[in-house]
Design a protein around this ligand. Structure first.
Ligand SMILES: C[S@@+](CC[C@H](N)C(=O)[O-])C[C@H]1O[C@@H](n2cnc3c(N)ncnc32)[C@H](O)[C@@H]1O
Length: 223
C-alpha cells in the first residue's frame, strides 16, 4: 500500500524542489539560494559546473537546463539523497518522492552526486563552481542546522577552507560564484584573498538585519 508521504517542496523556476521527504530533510531554499540562482543561466551555459553544498540541488538543477555537465556534492548524505530525488522528479520521471527514498541510491544518473567535505572527494576541475555556504557566525545546537548554516567565528570557517582549495579545482578561465553575508565582513575577506583571487561583488540583497552578497571569484593565476 502506498504510504501517505509527509513532504514539503517549493517550486522555483519551474523546478519542483523537495526539502523534506518523510524523516529526511535538507536546507529549504531561501533568499541566499535565490541570489545565486538568478545568475546561473548567464554563467553556466555549456560549462562544466560543480554545485557544492547542493542541499535540494536547486543550483545544479537550474544549471542542468543550460549544460548537461553538472556535478552535485554535499557533506550531508540526506541532502545528497534529496537532490537525487529532485533530479529524478524534474528530469527523469515525475514520481512519488517517498517511494523513491529506498531505491534512489541504486538508480544510475547521467550526472555525478558526490558525498564530500568541500573538495576532499572531488578529483576534477570545473569551469564554474557554485557555493551558497553555511555563513552565519557561531553555531547551532541542532547538528544538522549547524551544518547547513553556521560557520563559527565571523561565519567564515567553511568559506575560508573553500577559498584555500578553490584554485586547485578551476579550469583555465574558471570562476566560482559564492554567497556571503555582511556578517562575514566582505571588505576584509576580499582583501585577505587579494593575492590569490580577483573578487567582485556582482549582486546583493538587503534585509533589516543583514545584507547578502554574491561574489564572482577568479584566480589571479591558474594552476
Ligand atoms: C546554506 S545551504 C545551501 C543549500 C543549497 N545549495 C541552496 O543554495 O539552497 C549550505 C549547504 O552546504 C552544505 N555543507 C556544509 N558544510 C559543507 C562542507 N564542508 N562540504 C560540503 N558541503 C557542505 C550543507 O549540508 C548545506 O546543504
Amino acid at each position: 500500500m502506498m504510504k501517505n508521504p509527509e513532504t514539503d517542496f517549493l517550486v522555483i523556476n519551474d523546478l519542483k524542489l523537495y526539502y523534506r521527504i518523510g524523516n529526511i530533510e535538507c536546507y529549504p531554499p531561501g533568499e541566499d539560494s535565490l541570489l545565486l540562482n538568478k545568475h546561473i543561466k548567464y554563467y553556466c551555459k555549456d560549462k562544466k559546473v560543480l554545485d557544492m553544498g547542493c542541499g535540494t540541488g536547486i543550483q545544479g538543477l537550474e544549471a542542468y537546463k543550460y549544460t548537461k555537465n553538472v556535478t552535485f556534492s554535499d557533506i550531508d548524505g540526506d541532502c545528497l539523497k534529496i537532490s537525487k530525488i529532485n533530479f529524478y522528479i524534474n528530469y527523469i520521471k515525475n514520481f512519488n518522492p517517498y517511494e523513491l527514498l529506498d531505491i534512489i541510491d541504486k538508480i544510475k544518473f547521467p550526472v555525478d552526486f558526490i558525498l564530500s567535505d568541500l573538495f576532499s572527494k572531488i578529483n576534477e576541475k570545473f569551469d564554474v563552481i557554485l557555493f551558497n555556504p553555511p555563513y552565519l557566525p557561531g553555531y547551532e545546537e541542532d547538528e544538522r542546522l549547524d551544518r547547513w548554516v553556521c560557520g563559527r567565528e565571523d561565519g567564515r570557517e567553511i568559506i575560508d577552507k573553500f577559498l584555500n582549495d578553490l584554485k586547485y579545482h578551476l579550469n583555465k578561465n574558471g570562476i566560482a560564484l559564492l554567497v556571503i553575508s555582511s556578517y562575514n565582513k566582505p571588505k576584509e575577506l576580499i582583501k585577505d584573498y587579494s593575492k590569490l583571487y580577483k573578487i567582485e561583488i556582482i549582486d546583493k540583497a538587503s534585509f533589516y538585519f543583514e545584507e547578502i552578497f554574491l561574489l564572482k571569484i577568479k584566480p589571479i593565476s591558474y594552476i
